[in-house]
Design a protein around this ligand. Structure first.
Ligand code: ARG
Length: 518
């Protein structure tokens, strides 16, 4: 309840002046900081130059662990575009937290258990065959799944038969277990193709099935610490007081639930990794599921601030193209293929002289899909608009990759024509407003990494990079790098080098590669 000027005065006294601040003065309720740009540039550019690919790394996460549940597709179903969002957002958060010094554990919580496997096993026994399964596993499994749902309409008894098959599976029936293993193995092989393209690795593939042996213990703890009750044959935790439907531990047919498996997983992960935070990178459509789960964990006495549902919106196509027959799931592979094809076409239209056009098109195409996702605030729906995604001068990864290429060619030219390479014994006298703006923008990189981590939003970093490229292109258009005195040229060459390094490191944190030529 103090006045503005009073607060300003007090603050100004306690703020520790960083070396690049010349002076601090108070003007009424404002505190003004006067920057010594020579000092700032020197500290900053020397650090970037010295650390190169490691620039951005910090140690605020030292001795802390972050566990993240990412990707987590369902066995026997195609990897959907929602799983792409989880993989891409989670993959980037993984890199961001690692850069901040955290120990990071990524878990692919595969949907490899549940009543649907009873249906699948029933369907396979009746209508499936090994040849089709091996040839195109997901296609065949999807066919069986759809077929089951068609047949059950005329013959409701099938539901009981499927449940029996699942119960047999839960009781370790040898034949059913073998079938399930094969479905899982073959599906995972398909998923891995995409993970390879996206260069995503997981520290663990412990999916829902992994926790089956841990359900009994979880149930025991649940019963001890909360008030469970039977309701219409199911074991539940009533969450009425919190305005939520009940948490189902055991379903009325006696089988375990998705809820219970997640509860067992949470307990196991805490025990195993002792994480600072446990992130669930899962679409917003599962918001209620996680609210219920976290509430129950809270009732069990776990610190609820450690659990975070990193939720995200869905996808929409601007031109209506590429929607699939089933409507709901859009096959990821199609999207990536399309993006790579379009990138190649663009390179060809631009009469690109590069030799490795396929490789470059791949980096551009995959980068565009990733960046389109990550530059959107994750809560919002991602719009698929190819012309925007692959634009050389819009808010796209191509724009960033292109800016990086521009930096590389300036550096190459400097070396060839002026025998100048970036080095740090320069003067650091940056005077033009474009140079100053660029230094200011560069100085925000480390902070943006922290901000992205704190909010679980790589979009801050993505949009920061776009701003950096814009400021750089202002500079490029107005200040000729290879003109002026040798000292001035050296200063500018170092600046260009640092911009290229920050773009490269920033893109790497998003999971996107740069190319040297386009
Ligand atoms: N397999 C689920 C799905 O595709 C996502 C799992 C998310 N993770 C979790 N711990 N529940 O909808």
């Amino acid at each position: 309840k103090k006045s503005g000027p009073e607060i300003a005065k007090e603050l100004a006294c306690v703020i520790k002046k960083p070396s690049f601040i010349k002076s601090i003065n108070i003007a009424g309720p404002y505190i003004n900081f006067f920057v010594n740009y020579e000092k700032l540039a020197k500290n900053l550019l020397q650090k970037i130059y010295a650390e190169k690919g490691s620039y951005g790394k910090q140690n605020i996460g030292k001795n802390k662990t972050i566990v993240m549940d990412i990707s987590s597709p369902n066995i026997a179903k195609p990897l959907g575009i929602g799983h792409l969002r989880s993989t891409v957002i989670g993959g980037s958060l993984y890199k961001i937290y690692k850069a901040l010094g955290y120990k990071t554990i990524s878990i692919n919580h595969l949907g490899d258990w549940g009543t649907q496997f009873g249906k699948l096993i029933y369907a396979y026994k009746n209508w499936g065959n090994l040849k089709d399964l091996r040839k195109n596993p997901i296609k065949h499994l999807l066919f069986l799944y759809v077929k089951f749902h068609q047949e059950v309409k005329d013959n409701p008894k099938l539901d009981d038969l499927a449940r029996e098959e699942f119960q047999k599976l839960e009781n370790n029936d040898k034949k059913n277990l073998e079938m399930w293993k094969e479905f899982r193995r073959l599906s995972l092989e398909e998923f891995d193709k995409i993970y390879k393209i996206l260069k995503i690795r997981f520290d663990s593939y412990n999916g829902e099935a992994f926790y089956v042996s841990k359900l009994e213990k979880a149930l025991e703890v649940l019963k001890k610490k909360t008030e469970t009750k039977m309701s219409e044959g199911a074991l539940i935790v009533d969450l009425d007081d919190y305005g939520m439907p009940p948490f189902f531990a055991i379903k009325s047919n006696g089988t375990s639930s998705y809820h219970l498996r997640d509860l067992a997983a949470a307990l196991y992960r805490f025990d195993q990794y002792k994480p600072e935070k446990l992130l669930y990178v899962v679409g917003i459509d599962q918001k209620l599921h996680f609210e219920q789960l976290f509430k129950v964990l809270d009732l069990m006495g776990m610190n609820k601030n450690r659990f975070v549902h990193v939720d995200f919106g869905m996808f929409a196509f601007k031109d209506g193209k590429m929607s699939t027959r089933e409507g709901k799931t859009i096959a990821l592979e199609e999207v990536l293929d399309e993006s790579i094809k379009l990138s190649k076409k663009i390179l060809e239209e631009k009469k690109s002289q590069i030799k490795n056009i396929d490789d470059t098109a791949k980096k551009i195409g995959i980068g565009a899909v990733i960046f389109n996702d990550l530059s959107t605030d994750r809560i919002r729906n991602v719009i698929f608009d190819w012309s925007k995604m692959l634009s050389f001068d819009g808010d796209s990864s191509v724009y960033l990759q292109y800016t990086y290429v521009r930096c590389c060619s300036i550096l190459e030219k400097a070396k060839k024509e002026q025998k100048l390479s970036p080095e740090i014994n320069v003067g650091f006298e940056y005077k033009s407003k474009e140079e100053i703006a660029l230094i200011k923008q560069l100085s925000l990189f480390q902070e943006m990494i922290i901000k992205s981590a704190e909010t679980y939003k790589p979009s801050y970093l993505a949009n920061y990079l776009i701003d950096l490229a814009k400021v750089f292109n202002e500079f490029y258009n107005n200040c000729r790098v290879l003109s002026g005195t040798e000292k001035e040229m050296k200063n500018k060459v170092l600046l260009v080098f640092c911009v290229s390094q920050v773009i490269k490191n920033g893109l790497a944190l998003l999971g996107i590669e740069t190319v040297d030529k386009m």
